[in-house]
Design a protein around this ligand. Structure first.
Ligand SMILES: [Zn+2]
Length: 332
């Protein structure tokens, strides 16, 4: 190594150390842990050093882009394409480079050299889990297996930042541990997210799911349940009777979880309110919602047309059964 290269290396090290205070904590730890082996003890054009600098750059870009996604700043991407919105970009789960969604699968094949058959399944959900900000109470299964594969829309935003819905999701993940239940958990979370969205539009006093558990809001709950079931005021039946009773059951389950949270935080006033709403849910939903739903189901069953067999066919079947019965009776 000549003297100029040594001087450049030393200057670059001083430069890095001067500006490392700008690095976020996660990068700073990585930088210090690898500085000696991958930088100071390597020569200028060493592949190991280049890999270390590239890794540092990619991690820095990832930290920057994670914040830029939720601000007006531009993303630092592998290949900038004009007129492509930020939402069309995603991150490679392995090297953390930002790339367009259609190009990710091809890139991932080259990036992950020893790829096995079927290993590239769920790349998009894995990459979404990397920079998907959810409520900190969300457990690992909810974050990586449930929320990461849900459609990113207004309802999803309501779910992932709502403390009580995240607690509900955590409880469901603990109750139904098998992977084939994940779709059911997603559906239930989405229904409750939709319920919150409609409730917010009906009553502006509702901010989050926890604000539903106040006794004066109970009338709004019944109104929204009627909306979900397409309640016909003249006939008194629901068009979709299953949904209101399913939501009613889930509201009671979430109320019990909320009481547990209040006990943990020793919030006696809120606990009293939730207990009162739970009493209202248990008794107040019986008549207007649960009975209406049961009657609507029965009404729909009665209204359903059933094709009966022809009288001639019934006669033929009866004659066949009788003759066979007689034949086998004689054989015995
Ligand atoms: Zn990659």
């Amino acid at each position: 190594m000549d003297i100029q290269k040594v001087h450049f290396s030393m200057l670059y090290t001083v430069y890095l150390i001067c500006f490392m205070t700008w690095l976020p904590n996660s990068l700073l730890v990585y930088f210090w842990n690898n500085l000696y082996n991958n930088f100071l003890c390597t020569y200028l054009d060493c592949p190991q050093r280049r890999r270390f600098i590239a890794e540092l750059r990619l991690r820095g870009n990832f930290e920057y882009n994670s914040k830029a996604l939720h601000s007006d700043a531009d993303l630092v991407v592998a290949r900038k394409i004009n007129n492509i919105p930020k939402s069309k970009y995603t991150v490679c789960p392995k090297c953390k480079i930002f790339i367009t969604k259609p190009a990710l699968r091809r890139h991932y094949r080259n990036c992950y050299e020893n790829i096995q058959s079927g290993t590239n399944r769920g790349i998009l959900s894995n990459s979404k889990a990397l920079f998907n900000y959810v409520h900190p109470l969300a457990n690992e299964i909810l974050k990586t297996c449930i929320l990461s594969s849900m459609r990113d829309d207004v309802i999803f935003s309501l779910i992932k930042y709502d403390k009580l819905l995240v607690v509900y999701g955590n409880a469901m993940c603990m109750k139904y541990r098998s992977r084939h239940h994940y779709d059911m958990i997603k559906n239930r979370l989405r229904i409750m997210g939709r319920f919150l969205q409609v409730a917010k539009s009906v009553n502006p006093a509702i901010d989050d799911f926890a604000s539903l558990y106040q006794p004066p809001i109970f009338d709004t709950i019944i109104e929204v349940l009627h909306q979900f079931g397409n309640y016909d005021k003249i006939s008194g039946y629901y068009e979709k009777p299953t949904l209101p009773s399913t939501i009613g059951t889930a509201l009671k389950y979430i109320a019990n979880l909320y009481i547990m949270e209040c006990i943990k935080s020793r919030d006696e006033k809120q606990k009293k309110d939730v207990e009162d709403v739970l009493v209202l849910l248990k008794t107040g939903l019986q008549g207007p919602v649960n009975k209406t739903a049961a009657e609507s189901l029965l009404h729909q069953k009665r209204q359903k047309k059933e094709v009966l067999p022809l009288t001639e066919d019934v006669r033929k079947l009866n004659a066949y059964i009788t003759s066979n019965q007689q034949k086998y009776y004689e054989e015995i």
